[in-house]
Write a protein that binds this ligand. Structure first.
Ligand code: P6P
Length: 341
């Protein structure tokens, strides 16, 4: 079977089509004749970063880079060696891109200001969690990179204030899942597209376009170890779900759980808990990018009833938020139980 048939890629005219992530980026850029290419260069930096990180993740035990470095990050979480490596890879690739004004990382307390505005070059802010769920590494569980891209506001009083934009201002968002295969999921605001790394040729191959989350999947994803400290409405929802034939799936890495929901449906929950009264997940580089992906795929993403994640006006780079996201039908069922008095 030849490559194109194997990939099973079809155009609307039922032609077989091979499209790489790089080709997809250029194809999207071609829709904007006035585009300078700086945005495309940022996406290509994320693509090469994903390939480098994937290689390091898959060789981690062989090269003895598993385990922690013995220091904590700004979140107070033990840094894994690969957290630091992945962060350095992203800083190194994005730092060389003319269009990047500022980068902000879960691993860095302060944003890195690379370039001031000017010379008419459109510039962007890139925020990322370099290796989400890295505690899964030692046990070969799914881990991922999450990224969010905002247009740089050169008129902000302080450069870093340009980062404090609500999620609906994102110009692109996505993630890389280092799982049984390496998957790159991307939205630039016109639907969600999915790419899989072909290690044989070192390219991300487009395998899905305009993904939509299926309704009807009776699956919830939550760390039930925290259940006793969830707000009452979540207790009511879990009691209802467990009495109505729901399954539970939880990977302990947001990228892995959200990717399952993107493809199969269901709902992901990280409520406020006694240990994390504001929620655990970070708004700017976990909740917002995942919310953009989920909404672009026809789903919903809320922090609480009536509080859409992407409407939250951030006040701090590393602020946290509760998260309820997934298929529209399943999110609605959770919200209905939260709103009951
Ligand atoms: P818990 C990983 O540390 C992470 O930030 C997300 O990827 C994941 O969804 C969540 O925290 C897991 O947290 O408390 O269930 O281990």
């Amino acid at each position: 079977m030849n490559t194109t048939a194997k990939l099973g890629l079809k155009t609307a005219r039922d032609e077989v089509l091979i499209m790489t992530l790089q080709g997809h980026i250029l194809e999207q850029q071609a829709r904007y004749p006035q585009a300078s290419g700086t945005f495309s260069w940022i996406l290509s930096a994320l693509s090469i970063s994903a390939k480098i990180i994937a290689d390091k993740v898959r060789r981690a035990r062989l090269e003895n880079v598993l385990g922690s470095v013995g220091t904590e990050n700004v979140q107070g979480e033990m840094q894994q060696k690969l957290d630091v490596l992945a962060n350095e890879v992203l800083l190194g690739t994005l730092g060389g891109r003319e269009g990047v004004a500022i980068v902000a990382s879960e691993e860095n307390e302060e944003p890195v200001i690379l370039r001031e505005d000017g010379e008419g070059i459109p510039r962007y802010c890139v925020l990322f969690d370099p290796l989400d769920g890295s505690s899964n590494l030692d046990v070969c569980g799914g881990v991922g990179t999450i990224f969010s891209i905002l247009a740089h506001n050169g008129r902000a009083a302080r450069a870093q204030d340009s980062l404090l934009q609500p999620g609906f201002k994102q110009v692109a968002a996505g993630y890389v899942l280092y799982g049984s295969s390496t998957v790159f999921v991307l939205t630039i605001g016109k639907g969600v597209d999915m790419f899989v790394l072909d290690p044989g040729i070192g390219a991300f191959m487009r395998v899905e376009r305009h993904l939509t989350i299926p309704d009807g999947n009776k699956t919830y994803s939550v760390n039930e170890g925290n259940r006793k400290t969830f707000p009452d409405g979540f207790q009511r929802y879990l009691d209802w779900a467990q009495s109505n034939g729901y399954s539970s799936r939880y990977a302990g890495a947001m990228v892995a759980d959200v990717h399952r929901i993107l493809l199969k449906g269901g709902v992901f929950l990280y409520p406020a808990t006694k240990k994390a009264p504001e929620g655990k997940l970070r708004l700017m580089y976990e909740a917002n990018p995942m919310a953009m992906i989920i909404e672009q795929a026809g789903g919903k993403a809320f922090a609480a009833p009536g509080q859409r994640v992407m409407d939250i006006q951030p006040t701090a780079i590393h602020q946290r938020t509760p998260v309820i996201l997934g298929a529209t039908d399943q999110v609605a069922l959770v919200l209905a139980h939260l709103e009951k008095t």
